[in-house]
Design a protein around this ligand. Structure first.
Ligand code: ADP
Length: 548
């Protein structure tokens, strides 16, 4: 548009200038011819010629005598006009015969062309013609020029728009997903080919990324441990469902803070420690149990670029740890009590503080406490053997009726002492297992049934074979177990009534041995008891031959 407009303006100015110079030349020639003709006519006819002619518009005729005084002027009163001898064209005509000049008047924006011819008497005829100056000329053509300019600008604007649209259309029509599928400029072919290969590369990389992401999530989702990956601002980047479950968080949305999963002080401190650059661990107590949290910083060069948090369910581990601690302290206590008694009696004997007649009684006490120690150590040994699950055992087919008869035989004396009548009934049934362990199970149940019985009470042992199961029932008519204690009697060192139990010898480990012994054989043990009436222990064992 600009080029067109500039060209049109330049062309118009050039044409105007050429036409102007032509018309100026023409006007000068016309004035010259007219001056010569009028001079010739005045020469012949005198002043009368001048008074007869009527000059055309824009033509002024002046007659000046040889001294420069104006004799005649077609436009003004000669009297009013000053001497003209100093005018350029007049002085030139007086000197050379003819003279010409041109003057420009800014006020009327016109150019005056003068031509003077000397007559034979020395006077001079001057003809002046005025014609438009260059700017005036230009002003005359400005309107059509502007019209042409407007038309040119409009046309060039329309054609520029059309042309640029038609150039851009094939580029706009390029399908960037399939760049070479449509025809376009051949100049763009290398670029589009490059774009196509880049597209293929990007889509392949996206596929790889997606599949590795799926693989990652599949792997982390199958973990029982919780895994959280967070950025340095602790915004969760990845989190498996085990983490949500273990932390007791309901749901998780991407971009959430890790604190939305658990906001406890312990958890916060652990994460902040890890952000400080060192691996940190803590135990979280949630409603569902105890969780071990391990937070490790992920370092890239010398800055921390994120956190990897592992969460494990350690409820069982912690409970076992507590049990182990309690067991150790119970064992120490139970061992210390009889030893203290033995030490005290021995000390008194050594210092001669015991009368001769009391010595047998003190000896009896030492034996009884030593017996208690032996029983305790025996029970601890049995339990620790049962705890060692991996320890190989000699398993065999064990016939339970015969085993129960042997146990009752071993306990015959204590039953008689207590005044408890024993009876064995039922059928022969074999299970595959450890004879020693099953013997201990039966011994502890029958021993308790005698110990916690009343004088004149009964102990009934029954063996039965039901489909795929062997059932041993040990029932007594003893003191029974209050309902609130039944859930705890299988715990190590748990005794129902400490004061009552002190009178009755026991370690508090018997039913623990029963429980673990039955568990070893994949069986179950149940207890039904009514205080004051008696207790029934029912042991169920699978009879299939199993390889342990
Ligand atoms: P203990 O060495 O004290 O007998 P056990 O583990 O064998 O330890 O038994 C735990 C507790 O269960 C006993 O202290 C006793 O109070 C109660 N108990 C066990 N068997 C019987 C039973 N047959 N009748 C009544 N109470 C029993």
């Amino acid at each position: 548009m600009t080029i067109c407009a500039v060209s049109v303006i330049a062309a118009i100015m050039l044409v105007t200038a050429v036409l102007y110079s032509r018309s100026a030349d023409k006007a000068a020639a016309e004035v010259r011819t007219e001056a010569r003709l009028i001079a010739a006519a005045v020469e012949r006819n005198g002043e009368s010629y001048l008074s007869d002619i009527k000059p055309g518009s824009g033509i002024r005729i002046t007659w000046i005598d040889a001294r420069g005084t104006v004799i005649y002027d077609s436009e003004s009163d000669p009297e009013q006009l000053e001497n003209h001898s100093d005018r350029e064209e007049i002085s030139e005509a007086m000197e050379k015969g003819e003279g010409s000049s041109s003057r420009y008047s800014r006020t009327i924006m016109k150019k005056t062309v003068n031509h003077a011819v000397r007559l034979s008497d020395g006077s001079v005829i001057r003809v002046s013609g005025a014609f438009s100056s260059m700017p005036a000329h230009l002003l005359k053509v400005i309107n059509p020029m502007l019209l042409i300019l407007a038309a040119v600008v409009l046309f060039s604007a329309l054609s520029a728009t059309g042309v640029s649209r038609s150039i851009v259309r094939p580029i706009n029509n390029i399908d960037l997903d399939h760049p070479v599928s449509r025809r376009s400029y051949k100049e763009l072919a290398p670029l589009l080919e490059k774009l196509r290969s880049q597209n293929i590369k990007v889509s392949r990389q996206m596929d790889e990324l997606q599949s590795s992401r799926e693989q990652f999530s599949l792997m982390t989702e199958s973990m029982t441990e919780g895994l959280i990956i967070a950025d340095p601002k602790l915004i969760v980047l990845a989190c498996n469902s085990s983490a949500l479950k273990l932390l007791g968080a309901g749901s998780f949305t991407k971009g959430q803070s890790i604190y939305a999963l658990n906001n406890s002080d312990v958890f916060r401190r652990c994460l902040l420690d890890a952000l400080g650059g060192r691996r940190s661990e803590c135990i979280l107590r949630t409603g569902e149990g105890q969780r071990e949290v391990i937070a490790s910083p992920a370092n890239s060069t010398d800055m921390i670029c994120g956190l990897v948090v592992f969460i494990m369910d350690v409820t069982e581990k912690q409970e076992l740890e507590t049990m182990r601690r309690e067991f150790t302290s119970n064992v120490s206590h139970e061992l210390k009590t009889p030893l203290t008694t033995i030490y005290g009696i021995a000390d008194m004997l050594a210092n001669g503080m015991v009368k001769q007649e009391d010595v047998p009684q003190f000896g009896d006490n030492i034996r009884s406490e030593a017996e208690r120690l032996i029983n305790l150590i025996g029970d601890i040994v049995s339990l620790s053997k049962l705890d060692e699950d991996s320890a190989p055992r000699d398993n065999e087919n064990v016939e339970l009726y015969g085993l129960a008869a042997e146990v009752l035989e071993r306990l015959k004396l204590s039953a008689e002492e207590k005044g408890v009548a024993t009876e064995l009934s039922g059928e022969k049934v074999s299970v595959y297992g450890s004879r020693t362990i099953l013997g201990e199970v039966l011994y502890n149940l029958c021993d308790n049934a005698i110990k916690y019985n009343v004088s004149g009470g009964r102990l009934d042992v029954k063996t039965a074979h039901v489909p795929r199961r062997a059932i041993i029932t040990v029932s007594d008519t003893g003191m029974g177990i209050p309902q609130e204690h039944i859930g705890r009697i299988f715990e190590r060192f748990y005794r129902v009534d400490k004061s009552r139990s002190r009178r009755i010898k026991g370690t508090g480990l018997g039913l623990s041995i029963v429980k673990h012994g039955v568990m070893y054989h994949n069986g179950t043990v149940r207890v039904d008891s009514e205080p004051g009436k008696g207790t029934v222990f029912t042991v169920e064992l699978p009879v299939e031959k199993r390889q342990k």
